[in-house]
Ligand binder design. Structure first.
Ligand code: HPA
Length: 256
C-alpha cells in the first residue's frame, strides 16, 4: 500500500498545492514580470484602477487571493502596482516577496491615513519621513529594542519636488503605523500627536523596515481620509481628487 503523504514541510505543502513553479508563495509572477519600481496601494481593486487608468499596456501578473498585481509603463518606463492588503502582517508578506524574490528596488506606498493634527485637513497630502509603531512586528524582530523605520531620502526629495512643482505643499514628518483600527482607548492618538506625529495608518513602519533590511528604497505617500480630532471623513468626490493628486506625485517619483 502506498504510504500517505504527510504535508510536514513547506515544500510538500507547495508541491501539493501546485505552487512548485512559482518564485514566491503569495505572488505568482514569473521572473522579470515585476518592474524594479512598484506602487503599493492597500486595496487590490485600487491596483486594478491604477493600472487601467494611469499605466500603458498593463498586464496582470498576480491573482493569488485576489491580491492583484500589474506591470505596465508610465511615460515609457516600466512600473508595477501591487495590492498589499491592510495592516502590517499583510504588507509584510507582499513586500518581503517583492524585495526578496523579485528584486524590486523602489517601493512607494500610496495610502490613506487619519489626521491627528489640527493643521492637517481632510485631503491633505503627507510624505511619511518616518513611522512610529505600536506593532508587534518590530518587537519580535528586534527583541524589544526600538528600531526607527525611515523613508528613503532621495524618494522623499523627489516626491517633495514633484508636489511643489505642481503648487502643492505636502506635510512632511513622522506618522504612526498602528496594528489597531478600532482602538480600546479612543484618545490613544494624543500621545503620538504630542510627540510630533502627523497621522495614523497601518503599514508604513513595516515597509520602511523591510526596505532597510533588503537595502532598497521605500516611501509612503498618504492622503488624509479622516480626522481622529474632528471625526470628519472624506466624501467620495474629495477622495477621488486627493487620490489623483497623490497618484501624480507617486508616478513622477516612481520614474524619477
Ligand atoms: N486609523 C488607522 N488607519 C487609517 C485611518 C485611521 O483613522 N484612516 C485611514 N487609515
Amino acid at each position: 500500500m502506498r504510504k500517505p503523504r504527510l504535508l510536514t514541510s513547506r515544500l510538500h505543502f507547495f508541491e501539493a498545492n501546485n505552487y512548485s513553479n512559482s518564485m514566491s508563495v503569495h505572488i505568482a509572477a514569473k521572473p522579470g514580470e515585476i518592474a524594479e519600481t512598484i506602487l503599493l496601494p492597500g486595496d487590490p481593486l485600487r491596483a486594478k484602477f491604477i493600472a487601467e487608468t494611469f499605466l500603458e499596456n498593463a498586464r496582470r501578473y498576480n491573482e493569488v487571493r485576489s491580491m492583484f498585481g500589474y506591470t505596465g509603463t508610465y511615460k515609457g518606463k516600466p512600473v508595477s502596482v501591487q495590492g498589499t492588503g491592510m495592516g502590517i502582517p499583510s504588507i509584510s508578506i507582499y513586500v518581503n516577496e517583492l524585495f526578496r524574490d523579485y528584486g524590486v528596488k523602489r517601493a512607494i506606498r500610496i495610502g490613506t491615513a487619519g489626521s491627528i493634527r489640527e493643521s492637517l485637513k481632510i485631503r491633505d497630502l503627507v510624505i511619511a519621513l518616518s513611522a512610529c509603531t505600536d506593532s508587534g512586528a518590530n518587537n519580535i524582530r528586534f527583541g524589544g529594542r526600538n528600531y526607527a523605520p525611515t523613508a528613503s531620502f532621495s524618494l522623499v526629495k523627489q516626491a517633495w519636488d514633484s508636489a511643489v512643482s505642481r503648487g502643492w505643499k505636502p506635510a512632511v514628518g513622522p506618522v504612526v503605523s498602528s496594528d489597531m483600527f478600532y482602538t480600546e482607548d479612543p484618545e490613544e492618538w494624543k500621545l503620538w500627536a504630542n510627540f510630533g506625529c502627523l497621522c495614523v495608518e497601518m503599514e508604513t513602519a513595516e515597509l520602511y523596515t523591510l526596505a532597510a533590511k533588503y537595502g532598497r528604497e521605500a516611501l509612503s505617500l498618504l492622503t488624509i481620509s479622516d480626522s481622529l480630532i474632528s471625526h470628519e471623513i472624506t466624501s467620495a468626490e474629495e477622495r477621488q481628487t486627493a487620490f489623483t493628486r497623490m497618484m501624480e506625485v507617486a508616478l513622477e517619483t516612481a520614474i524619477s
